[in-house]
Each structure stands twice: as C-alpha cells, then as structure tokens.
Design a protein around this ligand. Structure first.
Ligand SMILES: Nc1ncnc2c1ncn2[C@@H]1O[C@H](COP(=O)(O)OP(=O)(O)OP(=O)(O)O)[C@@H](O)[C@H]1O
Ligand SMILES: [Mg+2]
Length: 263
C-alpha cells in the first residue's frame, strides 16, 4: 500500500541524512522505526508526507506517486502545536476548515467519525470546550491525535508523538493509540526512541542505521491484539526487544543497498 523506494536525501548544506532507505507497509499495518538520533527518521517521515522532496527515490501510496502533502496522509509530531485561542473541539476541526472542500469531501466519502465520537474515542469527552492551557500534556497529545484523524487519513505518520510525556501517561496513551488505530483501520508509521513502545505497537519494527540512515533490519512482531502492557513481562516480548537491540548495536552496513528483510 505505502512504499518508500530507495529514498536518499542530502540537505542543501551537504548533510547526507538518508541513503537508499526502503520501506513497504501493507494496509492496516503498524510499522515502528527506531534508530540513533540524527539518522534521518524525521527526514524520512517528512518525505513520506510529501513535505520535502527526496534527492533520490520515490514514495507511492496505493499506486499514487506522492510528491506533495496529501489529505490521505496525516501527521502527528512530538509537540501537539494546538492553537491556544481555539477550544479542544475547534482545534480538532481545524483540518476540515484548512482543507476546505477537498478535506470535507474526503472525510465524508471515507465515512469519518462524527466529532463527538472522535472526541469520545480519544478520551476527551467533557473537555470539548476547554482551551489548550487547561489541558495536561497527555490530553493535548490526544487532541493532536484526534486532529490528525479527523479527515480519516488512510495513513498516519507519527514522529515521537509521546516523547515529551511522563512514562505513565505515555503507556496509557500508547495503549489507547493501539486501540484507536485498530478500530479505524489506519495504516501507521511511527518513529520512537522507545524499543518497548515500538514492540508494543508495531507489526514490524524497522531498525535504522546511524546517519546516513538506511535499513539495518526489521523484526516482525506477532503478539496478539489488542495489546496490553502486561505483555511486557511475556518472554516473547523480551526476546523481540532483544532482537531490536541487537540490530541497533550492529555497525553501519558497508554496502549502500537497503534490503527489506523479512523475518
Ligand atoms: N532542514 C535541515 N537542513 C539541514 N540539515 C538537516 C535539516 N533537518 C535535519 N537535518 C540533518 O539531517 C540529519 C537527520 O535529521 P533528522 O531530524 O531526520 O534525524 P532524526 O533521526 O529524526 O533524529 P532524532 O532522533 O534526534 O529526532 C541530522 O544530521 C540533521 O542535522
Ligand atoms: Mg526526529
């Protein structure tokens, strides 16, 4: 469904961020990307989102060549970036207003959830009319999630969306994201620094080499869904975490060919 084919990117200042990074995500799959800081993960997500053009390589979504932002690809960042003068509900509604008729028609043809249902889904019922300053960090991220889902994008890109939150809020939110994406059938690619979070959420964990980023290897996660944090104590969970760690510890490949390993 979503294919990033041999993506290379060098910024105008000469920094080579990515080298032949390839990724293949099937419909409804959750892929987590982990890798050292600065290896080009955010660059990759921005390229998939059509926000920047790669120096080489192509992104395809259902046979469509992605070269600019599309209402079919939603994105959520580490910072919720809510508009302080708008209520929770008004913030969530924003993409419908910005996208104009195109976004509205996409959401109606895709049968999007009515706003009250979406607010309920992300656990913010009762806070529709609250302002961002009245929310906790976790609640603000829930608003950002609802805002990213309002146009019902078939693909959601998440760049360390819970990085700024405390461990407990993060675990709760991760578990609800797992449920929400499963219920809405959303395909997701998420960057995270937490190996446990990657294993908890993903069907496939892709490990990125140090800069210039390419795929070191990937680990298939066959844990049943719905996932629960109690699974963290399962031996299988531990061995998956161990395999991701091993891949992270591998030296950068000497060849530039980024294979798409299936394990
Ligand atoms: N706009 C830019 N112009 C020039 N260089 C950039 C730009 N954005 C990122 N870089 C460089 O590209 C490399 C990859 O950056 P990127 O933000 O993609 O890494 P990352 O894997 O997301 O890192 P982190 O895990 O710390 O978020 C870094 O060396 C960074 O300095
Ligand atoms: Mg980043």
């Amino acid at each position: 469904m979503l294919i990033a084919e041999s993506i290379s990117h060098t910024y105008p200042n000469g920094v080579e961020a990515l080298r032949e990074f390839s990724l293949c995500v099937t419909r409804g799959q959750f892929v987590a990307i982990v890798g050292p800081s600065g290896c080009g993960k955010s660059t990759l997500l921005r390229i998939i989102a059509g926000l920047i053009q790669p120096s080489a390589g192509e992104v395809w979504l259902d046979g469509e060549h992605i070269t600019q932002p599309s209402s079919r690809i939603g994105m959520m960042f580490q910072d919720a970036a809510l508009l302080p003068w708008r209520t929770v509900e008004q913030n969530i509604r924003l993409p419908l207003e910005l996208g104009g008729r195109a976004a509205r028609s996409v959401s109606s043809t895709m049968g999007h959830l009515p706003i009250p249902d979406l607010i309920h889904l992300v656990g913010l019922a009762g806070f529709e009319h609250a302002y961002p300053r009245e929310l906790s960090g976790g609640m603000a991220q829930r608003v950002a999630l609802a805002r990213a889902l309002i146009t019902h994008p078939p693909v959601l890109l998440l760049d360390e969306p819970f990085g700024a939150l405390d461990a407990m809020t993060r675990e709760n939110l991760t578990a609800s994201v797992e449920g929400i994406l499963r219920e809405t059938g959303t395909t997701a690619v998420m960057v995270t620094h937490s190996i446990a979070e990657a294993v908890f959420l993903a069907d496939q964990v892709v490990v990125c080499s140090p800069r210039p980023g390419s795929v070191v290897g990937s680990v298939q996660v066959g844990l049943p869904r719905p996932r629960a944090w109690a699974m963290e104590s399962w031996p299988e969970f531990g061995s998956l975490v161990g395999r991701v760690r091993e891949l992270l510890a591998q030296p950068a490949p000497t060849t530039s060919r980024a294979e798409l390993p299936t394990r």
